[in-house]
Design a protein around this ligand. Sequence first.
Ligand code: PMV
Length: 357
Amino acid sequence: MRREHPIAVLGPEAEGVGGGGAAAGAVAVAHPNIALIKYWGKRDERLVLPVSDSLSMTLDVFPTTTGVRLKAGAGPDEVTFNGVSASGEALRRITGFLDLVRERAGRDARAVVETRNTVPTGAGLASSASGFAALAVAAATAYGLRWEPRELSRLARRGSGSASRSLFGGFVQWHSAAEAATVEEADAASYAEPVAAAAGLDPALVVAVVNAGPKEVSSRAAMRQTVATSPLFGPWAASSGEDLTAMRAALVRGDLEAVGEIAERNALGMHATMLAARPAVRYLSPATVTVLDRVLQLRRAGVAAYATMDAGPNVKVLCRRADAARVADALGAVVGASSVVVAGPGPGARLLDGGDS
Ligand code: PMV
């Protein structure tokens, strides 16, 4: 049986998980997170420094499990996703990330990376968040870097910005460090950490999968185009800072209606910045809008339900856990019951450890 423990208490023996010596390895699991205050726009592409702070909820569904084993001999990194060899851009992204880890660890060994995703990849369902969070924990451990979660969140950020938030469970804020005087200071100060929420909040996120296929435009490309050309981007980023302050206060109060209202306006505003880009980037499909109408009807019927959408057509609806079944039924009537998943707040990334890793 596997033993699980939080990454902060890793002992020196963890370096040898799955082998020891030249064949060190580690296995980690992480869950996706959904932003209630969105990360949209980078101010430094290489370091993945965001324009503004973001705030998310880590989910308890769709985990990614990633194993990293160091190769004893020569040859390139080998990467598989759900048993299929990665190539092209996907492989390049992982190898580039491992290069960062190797540089920090002062080691050259190439690695074998095996990832199992339980969420459709590239469909705006945050597979890159759980993916790079799990990879950061497994790779850092395999290469002998025994880092605290905050450092690991800085590392995960370099793979995919939203991944920095999946290091932690529950509600999490990723700091933009926009006020830092130098880029080095910003790099050091741009990490995620948990934020407080009232125990009575008891939220659920009901995911309505409108389309599980990969998106046509990557979030990376869409962000770049929005920042460079959308006249709405600056005003949205400024209002997002105000949204975040109001959201934190609403979380502490346990005010689900306020949390939902702020989340919905922040997400619609983010999509408005994209629609105003030149040329426009549009992830929302007719089915997305039908789901949004259904959410409005639920609210009119007295159910506190609020929508958020990421770089894809799928809709995630925040509500009370006590209302989740009713919300899931209503969304299932639009997208089909098998395309609806109810999620609650989930745990942070952690190392799996044991002889079977
Ligand atoms: O982490 P990336 O580069 O996949 O960007 C994700 C951006 C959004 O999902 C749209 C918003 C967010 O904060 O997660």
